[in-house]
Design a protein around this ligand. Structure first.
Ligand SMILES: Cc1cc2nc3c(=O)[nH]c(=O)nc-3n(C[C@H](O)[C@H](O)[C@H](O)COP(=O)(O)OP(=O)(O)OC[C@H]3O[C@@H](n4cnc5c(N)ncnc54)[C@H](O)[C@@H]3O)c2cc1C
Length: 506
């Protein structure tokens, strides 16, 4: 009989893979269980008409040598194995509004970022400087974000309870500049009345420091982890959907898979949503108040995406992303009116090894509430094992939405339709089915400055040998999840010991 694993990890998103790596490095016998065929969760890629599309990693920040994510990923042995393309240093993100043709650019590096904003808003020097200085100050506050050992173990919430929109308005009264500063808030699904400043600061800072695209997709991240985990003796199982967590005398003892297999472990880490984790545990075992708190966490909104395949050499590669807002208000589209959809969109061009001059494809995303797909919520579709084609009505609805989104895109690129060879779509249901979130949420638990500790999830659960990791824990995104993996693994070893190991690998 198979001996119990030291650690069983439920879900192979970035957080699950990173925890597996850290713990395997420390000599633990680890097993990773993934419900899909492909490992990686949001790192999954797919190919249509020979173009590779990412699902959840369009660009990555902090990867210049010595920067925060670089240091972490160097420890994981990733940096030598990634094929990356640096984005346009003069403007990696272009923000635009309505009919105004001006692209308001976010440039890379703080001096470039400041200069470019001052060039566009010459009267706002003081406000721009104040904004930058505060963003840097907030980022300094979080030790692991800076790959720094913790010296003070008290938890200070001062930076957690500031509202992003209010803070930006304190820096400048220029409404256009306020919206330019908040213009890429789709990166964290920002809400004007909710999003804490630390979320904005930690995300925007990493991209200002440096922005890269993965050439031929983020699947290379998963492949690296798969290879290195297997070489360290980890067991990875795909098509291994966990249905239940067995508890005996208050401790988790094993997981039961959908196909009936039982996997025993001494410790367990869940890389899936806290609510989904609670659903794995029979009722009556976890205190109701904790279960309710996890189950009632509000999630960020979902998206509808059109994945465009271009005719060969027809559309020039864009080494930047586009955040286009239908109105002058960068915060409004998350609360879009159904009849006005799509109010805004974000467009990302994949970096393809086939050409640096021409784009092979484009991902165009617009916020969408899961409730719009309620009538198809009882259908399920993942390839190749769980293929159940949804109704013709659903297919027609997707085309209608895709056409509306392409119409909106045509405002920025008037001739784009002539260049499209084919397009494909994904909806909130795709995210629900592939990632396993209840509502296809983009980034998991929605942070709220009004009650920051309620939305700040601890890696510890009420079951002493069950821990949480992944985007719901600390922050979403490649860096947020990576920091979360360290937070989780610090439950197994001393936090500062782990930071020193990461430093030593650099
Ligand atoms: C559309 C989109 C665009 C994004 N763009 C970017 C970007 O450009 N840059 C960036 O840094 N970040 C981006 N992100 C965010 C980033 O991709 C995520 O925050 C991150 O990948 C989440 O990792 P995770 O560890 O939480 O795991 P997840 O990716 O959530 O994976 C969880 C895994 O658990 C598996 N699972 C679920 N239930 C079970 C079960 N019962 N049994 C077994 N396995 C199970 C799922 O199949 C999945 O593989 C984007 C996200 C989305 C959705």
């Amino acid at each position: 009989m198979q001996k119990p694993y030291d650690v069983v990890i439920i879900g192979s998103g970035l957080g699950g893979l990173e925890c597996a790596y850290i713990l395997a490095q420390e000599g633990h016998k680890v097993c990773v269980l993934e419900k899909n065929r492909q490992y990686g969760g949001c790192l999954q890629i797919f190919s249509r008409d020979k173009v590779i599309f990412d699902t959840g990693v369009h660009y990555i920040g902090g990867l210049d040598k010595g920067q925060n994510l670089y240091q972490y990923w160097n420890y994981f042995g990733l940096m030598d194995n990634l094929k990356l393309r640096k984005m346009d240093e003069d403007g990696f993100d272009h923000i635009s509004f309505g009919d105004d043709p001006t692209p308001y650019k976010h440039a890379m590096g703080y001096s470039g970022f400041e200069e470019e904003l001052i060039r566009q808003f010459p009267k706002e020097v003081a406000g721009i400087k104040k904004y930058i200085s505060k963003i840097k100050e907030v980022c300094q506050f979080f030790p692991l974000y800076n790959v720094r050992e913790k010296t003070d173990h008290s938890f200070d919430t001062q930076y957690l309870s500031i509202n992003t929109k209010d803070f930006i308005a304190e820096c400048t009264q220029d409404v256009l500049l306020q919206n330019v500063l908040a213009g890429s808030n789709a990166l964290y699904a920002g809400y004007a009345d909710r999003t804490p400043l630390y979320v904005h600061a930690l995300v925007i800072n990493t991209y200002i420091e440096s922005s890269y695209k993965c050439i031929d997709g983020g699947g290379q991240i998963t492949r690296h982890f798969e290879r290195s985990l297997k070489s360290m003796g980890c067991d990875l199982f795909n098509y291994a959907e966990v249905k239940q967590l067995h508890i005996s005398q208050g401790e988790a003892t094993s997981v039961e898979l959908k196909d009936g297999r039982i996997i025993e472990g001494k410790q367990f880490i869940s890389n899936i949503h806290p609510k989904a984790t609670m659903d794995l545990v029979a009722s009556g075992i976890i205190r109701k108040s904790y279960r309710n708190r996890m189950s009632n966490l509000e999630n960020s909104i979902s998206v509808f995406t059109v994945h465009i395949v271009f005719k060969e050499d027809s559309f020039e590669y864009l080494n930047y992303n586009i955040y286009h807002h239908g109105t002058q208000d960068a915060w409004s589209s998350v609360n879009y009116k159904k009849e006005e959809w799509p109010e805004s969109f974000a467009a990302f061009v994949p970096a393809d090894s086939k050409s640096e001059k021409y784009a092979t494809g484009m991902n165009v995303m617009a916020y969408m509430n899961y409730s719009e797909l309620e009538k198809w919520s009882n259908t399920f579709n993942t390839i190749p094992k769980n293929r159940s084609d949804r109704s013709q009505e659903y297919q027609d609805w997707k085309i209608e939405k895709a056409e509306l989104l392409i119409d909106k895109l045509s405002v920025k690129f008037p001739n784009i339709r002539e260049k499209i060879k084919s397009y494909y779509t994904s909806t909130p249901l795709s995210f629900r089915d592939y990632i396993g979130t209840q509502d296809g949420s983009l980034y998991g638990v929605r942070k709220d400055y009004r009650d920051p500790l309620r939305t700040y999830i601890s890696p510890k659960t009420k079951i002493p040998n069950l821990f949480l990791t992944g985007q719901n824990l600390n922050m979403h995104g490649m860096l947020g999840v990576t920091v979360g993996s360290i937070v989780t693994c610090a439950q197994f070893m001393d936090n500062n010991y782990l930071v020193r190991k990461i430093k030593a690998a650099n």
